[in-house]
Design a protein around this ligand. Structure first.
Ligand code: GRF
Length: 198
């Protein structure tokens, strides 16, 4: 079984979707640990409720020392021996060194149809551009921000009365479909892109 570490910073709704799917039959992965960079990340409670170990590595004491923060992350992960990492709303930028350590074994979900709208405020940017299609992407993490081979995308139609908030809510529903479906395939060795229509 592939042992998965899930990294979160907030509410962890994607993490919950991943954990709940791994608990279902026929999955090639099991949750090893949930790691948060904030002790108040809401998702920690949901992980604990599901019997998944949690660890907190607070980034703040490290200041600009990203490598020091990442050393602490590696040390915290070690006892749980994860084979791969799923970033799920983890709001810290990782260094190239960390990403090299996990090359081919770290994936992320991003709320846009990459390569469009890397970075933040993706829903507002899609609206400003007048896009009629929007959605989310799961991709392998490489040294460039929100880049790396695409493993899956889910699309939604943009409605004329959409706001960044309504779009975010509908994209999140798709994130919860897409991420577990991609992890299932990835854990069984299938990296061909999965395209979901709403
Ligand atoms: C999601 O929209 C994810 O794509 C983004 O951060 C949000 C995390 O939500 N990068 P949650 O913590 O999984 O609820």
């Amino acid at each position: 079984m592939m042992r998965v570490a899930v990294f979160i910073s907030g509410g962890g709704s994607n993490m919950v979707a991943l954990l709940d799917d791994m608990a279902r039959e026929g999955h090639a992965a099991v949750p090893a640990v949930v790691l948060a960079n904030r002790a108040d990340a809401g998702g920690l409670v949901h992980a604990a409720e599901r019997g998944v170990p949690t660890v907190v590595v607070d980034h703040r004491p490290y200041g600009a020392d990203r490598a020091g923060f990442e050393c602490a992350i590696e040390a915290a992960l070690k006892p749980f021996a994860p084979d791969m990492i799923c970033l799920a709303g983890f709001m810290r930028i990782l260094t190239a060194g960390f990403m090299e350590n996990w090359a081919g074994s770290m994936i992320n979900i991003h709320p846009s149809l990459l390569p469009k709208y890397k970075g933040l405020h993706t829903h507002a940017r899609a609206l400003e551009a007048g896009d009629v299609l929007h959605g989310c992407t799961v991709h392998e993490v490489t040294a460039a921000l929100d880049d790396g081979p695409i493993l899956g995308q889910a699309q939604i139609d943009v409605r004329p009365d959409d706001t960044p908030e309504t779009l975010a809510a509908r994209v999140l529903v798709q994130e919860h479909r897409l991420y577990p479906a991609v992890l299932r395939r990835f854990a069984s060795g299938d990296r061909t892109p999965l395209i979901l229509q709403s």
